[in-house]
Design a protein around this ligand. Sequence first.
Ligand code: SAM
Length: 362
Amino acid sequence: MSQSESFMATRPLENIRLQVKPSQGPPPHSSNIYGQNNLKNQGIRIVHAARPEGSGPTNQATGANFYLPYMTNSLAVKIKHTKTSRGLGVFTIQSFPAGHRIVGEGAIFSCVHPEQVEEMEWRRRVVHRWRSLAVLDQTWFKEHFPQIQYMPLGTLELTPHEANKFFCFVLEYAFSNIPRDRINIYPFASHINHACEKCANAQFWVQAEAPDRITVRLTRYVRKGQEIFINYNRPSGNTFGCAVCGARDGGASRLRQFWQGIRRRAHGVSSDPSELELGPISTQPQPVPVTGDIVDSATTEAPADAIHPATVAASRDGKTTRDVKAPTETVTPVGEANSTETHTSSQQRVSAWWASFRKSRR
Ligand SMILES: C[S@@+](CC[C@H](N)C(=O)[O-])C[C@H]1O[C@@H](n2cnc3c(N)ncnc32)[C@H](O)[C@@H]1O
């Protein structure tokens, strides 16, 4: 037996985890996570890279015969590090007016909605979905989302740790489609960070029908280099606050409101929502969330062909409640209730004392 044969005999191929070297840079037809596109300077925008003839489609959502939809927005926005705990974010490459459609793109990863199947079955399908991606797609996905850099390439089994991290990633980055049967991850939209309703400078819609394309529109004028924010609109709130004013879902103290005002002005945002320069989409029906961590901002009034907001987050047992109000920035000043109570009781004490004083004088 030759040396290589003995190696194969003792270590069957399926038990060997491939040692994948870091790539030497993005493939020439794609952009890296910073939105740099080699072809951009030549004025060429590659939307889809064709699959080799005869190979099956990668994208289950669209059934289209292409590898991942590559950067379609690299001339309008770029992904870069926010230099904060938020990690990456989406920034404009030039100034845009309110109402501008800043992102319009197809999903790069699509799988069954967690509400549709049992948890274990959902997990199984998500892993299967990853393993069935072409290696080129997996590589691109990993380069684009640093959170999944640890994922093995090809059809290798995931370790329980890798699988768990991947589930969390999918739930954190995916948007639900409107029938709530699929969730999708998008190249740019899934990198947009959260801000409260007042501070978000964009809104998002997911197309009503397959292929679940997402559209992000600006709700106000955005200067070159500013970060794009959408409101995740999760009824159960986020573990993080608004990226601009720091407001937590569900309210802020008066002091926090004061700082919110200052920070908003520093970001060029009017503190009075009525003064905001709103784009045409502000006339769309307001988002309606669902209970649990899963947010679907679809409204019953939306036209049949409307595209509208829908985000998926962590929980999988949320039920749809279409009349729940979106979390608003209702502010309960700290200590106000107590001070009112104190004020009332001291008034009562004074009048009681006055009554007894008058009685004693009689
Ligand atoms: C859909 S991803 C957004 C892109 C992400 N920042 C990245 O690095 O790729 C959602 C994650 O971004 C982070 N994030 C989004 N908005 C945030 C905010 N306002 N403050 C802090 N972290 C935020 C949270 O970690 C959240 O789980």
